[in-house]
Write a protein of this length. Structure first.
Ligand code: UD1
Length: 329
């Protein structure tokens, strides 16, 4: 199928592009290269550089390329920045998504896959997180994801749009082939920061909080491999054939790891020590967030190939070892 991957040069988008190719689909990329990397794009793919919020740019692409499904990976995702500059987040993550959906409607493209986040569940005390828990985001970033999810529901009912929202837990790891991986600027995620500290590229890792109500006092998260996430998206294609289909899946392994467990794993995989110290809690962090992934497993026949933190860190380590400075461009 012809799939338009919006944000296809970003971390999760670029992994999804590889998985689409492996499954025999035809991905076409739109990226504005604010955060995306040109070097992450496989040779020979059609790439359009521009803004997903510009209907005059996207609608002709949708029509000319006869796109069947649009996958949207082009959100901004820095929670702290969303608090200091909420307009930037509402503009990119909500307003531009509205325009993308409008372009799809104009071009008669009726299938949409949205990268959502477990952060829409807020500080839920009910772990693991099931799909039917109430949405209660508490950061501007999380609210933008929640708002798009709600809008998609209205579009399904009004226009027959078929959509799937995938609520990612902690996307991590890298394609085992070693040519693409995580390269954010600035980097804020735990696994790359711990690896960079082990490699001496950072002085140390600061652990945000040691007194959470968890077994070792550090936060529990559900690290899930980007290739596993990508394959879940592809597994939903068939279900989207029926107009007005609304799908929601929480994508995690269901097996959380604490910050200390991640550090120990990076040390075991690399054979190096991770210099670290304890610091204050980071505002907005919840003590624990992990998925109940059975819905995706049973309905989509989703196969988790990287079921534990060690298998995920091994792929991340391989990427960082071979690309110490990330992508060239
Ligand atoms: C973050 C976002 C989340 C978003 C996701 C994907 C926040 C609060 N949450 O998830 O909404 O969907 O990324 O982009 O930004 N940690 C340290 N030291 C560090 C870095 C992280 O101790 O230097 C800890 C954090 O406190 C957390 C865990 O490591 O407990 C994972 O952090 P991170 O990788 O930033 O992901 P999340 O915060 O879970």
């Amino acid at each position: 199928m012809k799939i338009l991957v919006v944000g296809g040069a970003g971390y999760i988008g670029s992994h999804c592009v590889r998985q689409l190719l492996a499954a025999g689909h035809q991905p076409i990329i739109i990226d504005n290269f604010v955060y995306g990397h040109r070097d992450s794009i496989p040779e020979g793919l059609t790439v359009y550089e521009g803004d997903m919020g510009d209907i005059a740019f996207t609608q002709p692409i949708l029509e000319k390329e006869q796109v069947e499904i649009v996958m949207h990976f082009a959100a901004f995702a820095y929670v702290g920045e969303s608090t200091s500059d909420p307009l930037k987040y509402y503009d990119n993550n909500v307003a531009k998504t509205v325009h993308l959906l409008q372009a799809m409607r104009n071009a008669n493209v009726n299938r949409f896959i949205f990268s959502s986040s477990c952060t829409i569940f807020g500080e839920s005390s009910k772990m693991p997180l099931h799909e039917d828990l109430p949405l209660q985001a508490f950061s501007p970033y999380g609210q933008t994801k929640q708002d798009v999810e709600v809008l998609l529901g209205y579009c399904a009912k009004a226009y027959g749009l078929s959509y799937a929202c995938f609520r990612y837990f902690n996307a991590s790891g890298a394609d085992p082939e070693g040519t693409i991986g995580e390269d954010h600027d600035p980097e804020t995620h735990l696994i790359p920061l711990a690896i960079q500290a082990a490699r001496g590229q950072r002085d140390k890792l600061v652990i945000f909080g040691m007194d959470y109500p968890t077994p070792d006092g550090t936060c529990l998260r559900d690290y899930v491999h980007v290739n596993d996430l990508s394959r879940a998206h592809i597994a939903a294609f068939d279900k989207l054939k029926t107009p007005g289909t609304e799908l929601h899946y929480n994508l995690g392994t269901g097996k959380p790891a604490s910050v200390l467990e991640v550090i120990n794993t990076v040390e075991a995989v690399s054979g190096l020590s991770v210099p670290h110290e304890f610091g204050p809690r980071r505002p907005g962090d919840v003590p624990a967030a992990y998925a109940y992934p059975e819905k995706a497993i049973s309905e989509l026949n989703w196969q988790i190939e990287f079921p534990d933190i060690k298998s995920i860190v091994e792929t991340a380590w391989k990427w960082h070892e071979s690309h110490p400075n990330g992508f060239e461009k």
